[in-house]
Ligand binder design. Structure first.
Ligand code: GLA
Length: 686
């Protein structure tokens, strides 16, 4: 079982509640700034992220700095007992800078130089931009580093995107030279002779482009890796003065997720970035009450990504942004129904967040985010539903300070890999639209979520040894080194599950020759021979323990060596051949699932494995579908979150006496949860 020590994610030992605060938009309205302080108290908020996008207020002209307004804001927040997360303003730069130093502007993949505008659009290689951010950050650290309100640095905002300017091309070539040493090695790794793509001079190498090269998979993959490294290098440059002047203030930057399926952000390899942060923070905007899935289905996806971001550092994370009501950038920006704000916030805490922070504190009056949800609306009043629900979250968080720094323990790990996702997306083959790697992982996560069994979603460089069960769906790209680590894990008694479309290419995106890698054959006792890709109307099924389960999208034809066949195909030219297998390898076990199978199969298959491996929830509560029970474990007690993600009342049953943290009421046996209700109970550990 993965064990974690109590660790503090910020300098505060209470749950953070508050969010992005942009007083720089209101400097000509002292009345509004004064109201903010009163409203902060009324909303039970305590932490404010300031300075994000405030560069033009901090340095209105080159070399002319104005910090007095920020001094006052930070002092005022502190005067009411509040804390500050101070951002570096590099997420958006002032117009004077773009005008005077055009090199800070990005060039896009089509080689078009971007104009000034928007935000998040600077070149990560630009010397000038790096110098300017470091100068600004040094001034911030000198001025506020010792302020008692400061608990955390927030570096830039949602790093992402790439730049294809000449400086970036040069940096990319240097990165490649370091990696490959010789052009010959690069040509080999990128399969150069294909379509005559052999380079004879480093200067011929250019980043992928819709008007140039896009078909060299090794290049595409290396470009994405370079973009991650270059972004981290930019970030490392930003934090030099902060590490030097404020060594005790932790540092984060806010990560993202795709909204529709809540899958991890694809632009950067966060498993690499995580190593450079003291605490992971991320911005979550699930489309609650959408018209394509149930509330519980979306809650399962939120659980999955929370468990990934928590597992990146195996410690609690911070919810850096969320909305108290609607956002402004979904196709339909629907308000959270009554109760959903508390429920969705507590779900975050239950999976490891030490904060509930919002974008945004006060709704802006103009520009593109003037209708984005906020704690304080244009009515400037505490007397509305959204404000009141925020205040209720604040009251609840006040009862949860013992949770801060505590983690969860898991016997189960699912492996997510950014390199794999990039390579698989790029792979021209299989079904171009049905690969859906992250969504497939969610499907494997589902049964554990439904049964309240904690899962760590880990990345390949992490230690597998603490887990009883390691699930590795669709690991198309896998190095010999990782295969050797899988082998050691199983040899030592671990159980591994792998699926179709795994083990096909190495870390250069070159296929394995001579069949499936020998290491995988040893673990699984079989060889995949062919992958059959389905049209949506194609039908096949597998028979597993007397039940029939329909196949979708993919079926692998297998040649079994020493594996046991546990399910077979029902139709087609591979009728009656193995579809799912099990195998003993040294002290451990392996399972290979050859086809994409529905959730009913996963419930059956993993249900059996859960019993066999004696996997248990941290605290057992009986409940029906759509209720989730998640646990944070403090040294002496468990905090159990019982959450109703359905539109009906649900009866749950507590096996032992528990205490409601809000009402202090003791409960045992059956308890009814209303639609969207969450109960948080304490259970003392013996
Ligand atoms: C992102 C940004 C914020 C804001 C929100 C709106 O998360 O970081 O500045 O634009 O989106 O949802």
């Amino acid at each position: 079982m993965a064990k974690q020590e109590k660790s503090f994610t910020t300098k505060a030992k209470f749950m953070l509640h508050g969010g992005d605060y942009n007083p720089d938009q209101w400097l000509d309205r002292p009345d509004i700034l004064a109201d903010d302080i009163q409203l902060m108290k009324l909303s039970n908020t305590n932490t404010f992220s300031v300075g994000i996008f405030a560069w033009s207020a901090l340095e209105p002209e080159e070399g002319v700095y104005k910090f007095e307004w920020l001094d006052e804001i930070i002092d005022n927040i502190y005067s009411i007992g509040g804390r500050v997360i101070l951002a570096t303003p590099s997420g958006a730069r002032p117009a004077w800078m773009s005008q005077k130093y055009p090199e800070v502007l990005r060039v896009n993949a089509a080689r078009i130089k971007q104009h000034h505008g928007g935000r998040h659009n600077h070149c990560f290689t630009s010397k000038v931009y790096r110098e300017k951010t470091q100068t600004m950050n040094r001034l911030l650290a000198e001025r506020y580093g010792n302020h008692p309100a400061l608990i955390l640095w927030h570096i830039s905002n949602e790093y992402g995107g790439d730049c294809h300017c000449d400086a970036c091309q040069e940096a990319f070539r240097e990165w490649l030279k370091k990696k490959y040493k010789t052009l010959d090695a690069l040509n080999k790794a990128w399969w150069g002779p294909f379509w005559s793509h052999t380079y004879t001079n480093w200067s011929q190498v250019e980043s992928p482009s819709p008007i140039g090269e896009s078909a060299v998979h090794g290049l595409n993959l290396d470009w994405r890796r370079f973009v991650t490294d270059q972004t981290i290098s930019f970030y490392e440059n930003e934090i030099v003065p902060l590490r030097e002047l404020t060594p005790s203030i932790p540092i984060t930057t806010n990560f993202m997720a795709d909204t529709h399926d809540l899958i991890p952000f694809q632009g950067l390899d966060y498993s690499k970035f995580a190593k450079h942060l003291d605490v992971i923070s991320w911005d979550a905007y699930p489309a609650w009450h959408n018209d394509w899935e149930s509330t519980a289905n979306l809650a399962m996806k939120v659980g999955f990504i929370d468990d990934l971001y928590r597992s990146l550092k195996q410690q609690p994370f911070l919810l850096m942004e969320s909305t108290p009501s609607a956002v402004n950038w979904h196709n339909v920006n629907k308000a959270k129904r009554p109760g959903m704000h508390l429920l969705s916030s507590m779900q975050m805490v239950s999976h490891g967040s030490d904060s509930i922070l919002y974008f945004q504190w006060r709704k802006s009056r103009g520009s593109s985010e003037k209708f984005h949800g906020a704690v304080v609306d244009h009515d400037n009043s505490p007397n509305n539903r959204v404000f009141q629900e925020v205040a209720q979250v604040g009251k609840t968080l006040e009862q949860l300070s013992d949770i801060v720094g505590t983690n969860r323990t898991s016997d189960v790990a699912i492996l997510y890999d950014w390199d794999n996702n990039w390579a698989l997306d790029d792979a021209q083959g299989f079904g171009l639209k049905t690969k859906q790697y992250p969504q497939t992982l969610q499907e494997h996560y589902r049964t554990f979520w439904e049964k309240d069994i904690s899962v760590d979603v880990i990345t390949k460089e992490q230690d597998f040894a603490p887990y009883k069960l390691l699930i590795v769906p669709m690991l198309y790209l896998v190095s010999e080194e990782t295969i050797a680590r899988f082998k050691a894990f199983v040899a030592n008694g671990g159980t591994i599950v792998m699926t179709y479309i795994s083990g096909l290419v190495n870390e250069f995106d070159l296929t394995y020759m001579g069949g499936w890698p020998q290491g995988l054959q040893d673990i699984f006792g079989l060889k995949p021979l062919e992958t059959d890709t389905f049209y949506p109307t194609d039908r096949n099924a597998v028979t597993y323990e007397g039940e029939s389960y329909e196949v979708k999208d993919y079926a692998t034809v297998l040649e079994v060596d020493s594996a046991n066949v546990v399910a077979t195909y029902e139709q087609d030219f591979y009728e009656s051949t193995p579809a799912v297998t099990s195998h003993q390898y040294e002290k451990g076990h392996s399972y290979y699932i050859g086809a994409r199978l529905p959730k009913e199969f996963h419930r059956h298959f993993y249900g059996t494995l859960i019993e066999k491996l004696e996997l248990k929830p941290a605290f057992s509560v009986q409940h029906g579908e759509g209720v989730s029970v998640q646990v944070r474990q403090a040294p002496d007690k468990d905090f159990v979150f019982v959450m109703n993600f359905t539109e009906e009342s649900q009866v749950v049953s507590f096996p032992t006496s528990v205490t409601d943290i809000m009402t202090k009421e003791e409960m045992i046996g059956e308890v009814t949860l209303k639609k969207y209700e969450v109960k948080i109970v304490e259970v003392l550990r013996n």
